[in-house]
Design a protein around this ligand. Structure first.
Ligand SMILES: *Cc1c(COP(=O)(O)O)cnc(C)c1O
Length: 372
């Protein structure tokens, strides 16, 4: 977990996380749902790198009563923070962890025949336990095969000790509305629900919400959109942006005669010009693939990354920025209003999810609350 006792160091980058924007995004997504469908929040991986505790408390205050985490450890950590909410654990119970799930009132997602068997056995001893069943409808990652589900239903006394909270599945191409796999997964999921006697269902992630109400069922599992990632990648982002990453200029170098910049001498500046160095590198989650590709902004003026990204530094070509804006201590925007996480991810050849979860704890984290 993130250590909040930080030493004030003005050379460090500042990651600002707007908690009010997360709360507004939760309310916005909830308002888009089919009647009787609820939004659950996915807070796995330290709430996508933004801080498990702060983010979870914010969401609970905004009215979120259902949370999803990746594994047992995250589930136990969340239960310490939030006593009254429902917590669902995607990985489900590995052997001999059943009692820990029960002790912390965590609802497992059952993904494999082994998990079904051991949870059913545990639930029989306890006289009944909650569970979510995941069926694989085309992602081929986690979840029971359709054939196994049919077999399970055939001998249905097996499931009697389990109160099925809902049936879930996960979409592989939700961010591509035209992809034929979406409709195929929807059909398979509907068939699986019928098999099980129409339990409550949960299919959509953030992007799945925007595929239409027929994808909503009873619960959606929103992660990225809560944190400001565009769930509709080919149109304008309907979500409020949540993170800003700013870093002060560490050093400015005047270039009078031709030089190369950074490891591998991959870039060259003939001069006259200027380079500004910033103490953010790939060990801060600023991906190495941004070398000679990334953009930063000084007071709204685009400043290109020049040379390779190193572990602790990047170098920016500030030759075209006004003289008075280029000085040590001047803040540079790496993620913010001029350059959102999706735009930065595009430059890096990745998705905003990887940018967010990689930002890590090496920055000074500041939480903002209040008007967005
Ligand atoms: C991570 C995850 C989600 C959240 O997806 P987003 O695209 O971030 O909304 C939902 N369901 C499952 C099974 C996941 O693993």
């Amino acid at each position: 977990m993130h250590d909040k006792r930080q030493i004030a160091d003005p050379s460090k980058a500042v990651l600002t996380i707007n908690l009010s924007a997360i709360a507004e995004n939760f309310c916005d997504l909830s308002s888009r749902l089919a009647p009787n469908c609820q939004a659950g929040a996915v807070v796995k991986a330290d709430a996508y790198g933004l801080g498990f505790e702060e983010v979870s408390r914010t969401l609970a205050r905004a009215g979120c009563g259902h949370f999803f985490v990746a594994d047992l450890e995250e589930g136990v950590a969340l239960r310490r923070i939030l006593k009254k909410v429902d917590i669902f654990v995607f990985n489900g119970p590995e052997r001999n962890t059943e009692a820990t799930f029960d002790e912390h009132a965590l609802t497992p997602v059952l993904n494999t025949p082994d998990q079904v068997q051991s949870w059913v056995a545990f639930a029989s001893l306890k006289g009944g336990c909650n569970a979510v069943i995941q069926v694989d409808t085309g992602m081929s990652r986690t979840g029971l095969d359709m054939a196994y589900l049919e077999q399970l239903v055939g001998g249905n006394e097996k499931l009697k000790s389990v109160a099925l909270r809902f049936l879930m599945s996960h979409l592989a191409c939700a961010d591509e509305p035209e992809h034929p796999l979406n409709a195929q997964q929807l059909a398979k999921f509907s068939k699986a629900r019928t098999l099980l006697g129409n339990p409550r269902g949960s299919l959509a992630n953030s992007s799945g919400i925007f595929l239409g109400p027929e994808y909503h069922f009873d619960m959606v599992r929103t992660g990225g959109a809560l944190y400001g990632i565009n769930p509709t990648k080919n149109t304008n982002n309907p979500m409020n942006s949540v993170v800003n990453l700013e870093a002060p200029i560490f050093q400015v170098r005047n270039i009078d005669s031709p030089v190369t910049v950074g490891y591998g001498a991959s870039a060259r500046i003939d001069g006259p010009g200027k380079i500004a160095t910033i103490a953010v590198g790939y060990a801060n989650g600023y991906l190495r693939s941004l070398g000679n590709k990334g953009s930063a902004f000084i007071d709204g003026i685009r400043i290109p990354v020049v040379g390779r990204v190193s572990m602790d530094y990047i170098t920016l070509d500030v030759s075209k920025a006004p003289e008075n804006k280029v000085r040590p201590g001047k803040m540079v925007e790496l993620i913010g209003p001029h350059h959102g996480i999706d735009a930065l991810a595009k430059e890096a050849g990745t998705i905003a999810y990887e940018i967010l979860t990689g930002l890590g704890a090496r920055h000074t984290r500041v939480y903002r609350n209040g008007r967005i």
